[in-house]
Design a protein. Structure first.
Lengths: 425, 153
């Protein structure tokens, strides 16, 4: 029965049905078989209950903030500033790209938005400067995945909504691992550029650095307010999202960049992404309902208890499952289907759920760059005409090794992710 | 024509989301400055977000903003691809129609029983619940347009 459910879902997915509808249609068909006409009456209730969460309201607000900053070109200001400071170093454009990925991740909670924004600005420049195509695509596709590790993070909000963990603590837990991964990406970018002999651009004058820094400072102060507010306990993660979104609107208006077409674009882009994510949430909860009815969680937990595996084996096994699911599902559905099953096991095995959240985030980063449903691969190949996702995927391979190293470090040294959140008030 | 209307509904949804940002920011101000946290903003934000999601559902579909695996269908011959898209659209249309119908039923029940939301402010349940059949209907329109074009954007 369970196999048939996943088979039907896979079939609809391969036929090109949007993920949300494939989950809903296959889940609902099985609900009908299992519950008969009761399933019909349950449909609106499930849809209503699944969205009835205040934590979820943070998602559109972070999307709104990122879209305001993109449309008002505050992202571009940030990129110019970074370039003026490091652009003249050997491989300077690659270094600036990684730093921009990390910086934009602190503004945006989405890896797709980060890859798209960074890619739009930095890919043409790097290609013009003669950087290797595969390296450029891989760098941006993988660098963009920092979006969900460095706070704010849409993934962490989902995690918080489905468990009892605080979104604020989860955000802060991603800081050190996010910086660690940024340093690894930087090291590789420097190494690659040095081996290929990439030269830096012209050194920017101090005058220019001063001007570009002053211009970018406003945009750069937003993440400080958001993350700082959460860290000091001034706001919850949802409130930080609202304040951040509103401040970004005010800032864009003050800079005179909130034109009519820009507003329209901000509204439409925000609501489209929100609608897409929320429909997947509704559908995945419906699908998860059926998975629970089929007693899959109980079967798994019992199997685990009988086998007597330790926490580490469990984590590694779960990572393997994520790697497999990440090949053909995207982050929201993987999280909504698996986390309600896994979370109770974490409790019984006494695995720190915050530590596990960071491990899972890195696994979700893998999901974003593994075909056939690696969103970042498509975003990057869509940005540059004549690029296939296969080319981008090959480019990400060295970065996947770096991500595996970061994952190993996070697993081996739990304080990397659990030390900082302890001080969140 | 209908696509224009779907886009307008999405814009309305976008405005609702900005309003949620304003409301929650006001809540922060009310708590710190006036020391008077509100009881209604939390729930109203959830309802507005629900409405935004469903109002924009049609435009999201028509603008091709949904995540889907088009890796395989892109390699099909145009004729086969059109046929696949039609079948997929029919399945999704059936589900959307069912969602609309069942959503309407649940509203009728909510009104008849005079149900209110389980929250601090007691809003009639049908107010947030109505987002679901509205969204269902918008999705029906969206999928019908896909059937007309014999193509999923």
């Amino acid at each position: 029965m369970t196999a048939a459910l996943f088979l039907l879902f896979g079939l609809l997915l391969v036929a090109g049905m949007p993920v949300a509808f494939a989950l809903a249609a296959s889940g609902f068909s099985f609900l009908l078989i299992l519950n008969g006409s009761g399933a019909l009456a349950a449909l609106p209730t499930i849809a209503y209950d699944s969205l009835n969460s205040f934590t979820f309201t943070a998602i559109p607000l972070y999307i709104l903030m990122a879209n305001v900053l993109i449309q008002s070109e505050i992202g571009r200001d940030l990129y110019r500033m970074i370039q003026d400071w490091v652009g003249h170093w050997p491989g300077g454009l690659a270094i600036a790209t990684v730093l921009f990925c990390a910086g934009f991740s602190a503004i945006s909670g989405s890896s797709v938005a980060t890859a798209a924004t960074v890619g739009m600005l930095s890919i043409p420049e790097m290609l013009r400067a003669g950087y290797d195509r595969r390296f450029v695509f891989g760098l941006v596709a993988a660098g963009g995945t920092l979006g969900i590790l460095i706070p704010p993070s849409l993934f962490m909000i989902l995690y918080a909504a489905l468990t009892d963990e605080s979104a604020g603590k989860l955000f802060i837990a991603g800081v050190v691992p996010g910086l660690l991964l940024t340093v690894l990406f930087l090291a590789y970018a420097v190494f690659f550029s040095w081996r290929r002999g990439y030269r830096g651009g012209e050194r920017a004058s101090w005058q220019r650095r001063f001007t570009s820094t002053r211009r970018a400072l406003w945009g750069a102060s937003l993440p400080v307010i958001v993350v700082g507010g959460i860290y000091t306990g001034a706001f919850t993660a949802t409130e930080a999202a609202a304040v951040g979104a509103l401040l970004s609107l005010v800032l864009a208006a003050l800079l005179g960049r909130l034109t009519g077409p820009a507003i329209r674009q901000i509204l439409l882009d925000t609501v489209k992404t929100t609608s897409m994510i929320f429909l997947i949430i509704v559908a995945a909860i419906l699908f998860g309902h059926v998975v629970t009815l089929l007693k899959l969680p109980q079967v798994m937990i019992t199997a685990l208890a009988v086998s007597g595996v330790g926490p580490l084996t469990f984590i590694l096994a779960v990572c393997m499952i994520f790697l497999f699911l990440g090949d053909f599902l995207e982050v929201v559905s993987i999280t909504l289907i698996t986390l309600p099953i896994i979370y109770p096991v974490l409790k019984t095995m006494q695995i720190d759920p915050i530590w596990f959240a960071v491990i899972m985030t890195i696994m979700m980063e893998f999901a974003l760059i593994t075909p056939p449903v690696g969103l970042n691969l498509f975003v990057i190949s869509g940005l540059q005409p004549g690029t296939t996702w296969e080319e981008v995927f090959r480019g990400t391979l060295p970065f996947m090794i770096l991500m595996a190293i970061a994952l190993a470090l996070v697993i081996a040294f739990p304080p990397l992710s659990t030390w900082l959140p302890r001080y969140v008030r | 024509m209908i696509d224009r209307w779907l886009e307008r509904l999405a814009l309305l949804g976008g405005v609702l989301l900005v309003a949620v940002g304003g409301l929650i920011s006001y809540e922060v101000v009310a708590r710190y400055l006036f020391n008077a946290p509100t009881t209604w903003i939390l729930d109203v934000s959830i309802y507005l977000t629900m409405w935004a999601t469903f109002l924009a559902a049609g435009h999201t579909l028509r603008a091709g903003a949904h995540i889907r695996m088009d890796l395989y269908v892109r390699r099909l011959a145009p004729r086969v691809r059109r046929r696949t898209d039609v079948i997929v659209a029919l399945v999704a249309l059936a589900f959307s129609a069912l969602l609309t119908w069942q959503g309407l039923q649940s509203i009728v029940d909510a009104v008849r029983l005079g149900e209110v939301t389980l929250s601090t402010i007691r809003v009639p349940l049908w107010v947030p619940l109505a987002a679901i059949p509205t969204g269902g209907l918008i999705l029906v329109a969206g999928w019908l347009l896909c059937l007309r074009d014999r193509r999923i954007p």
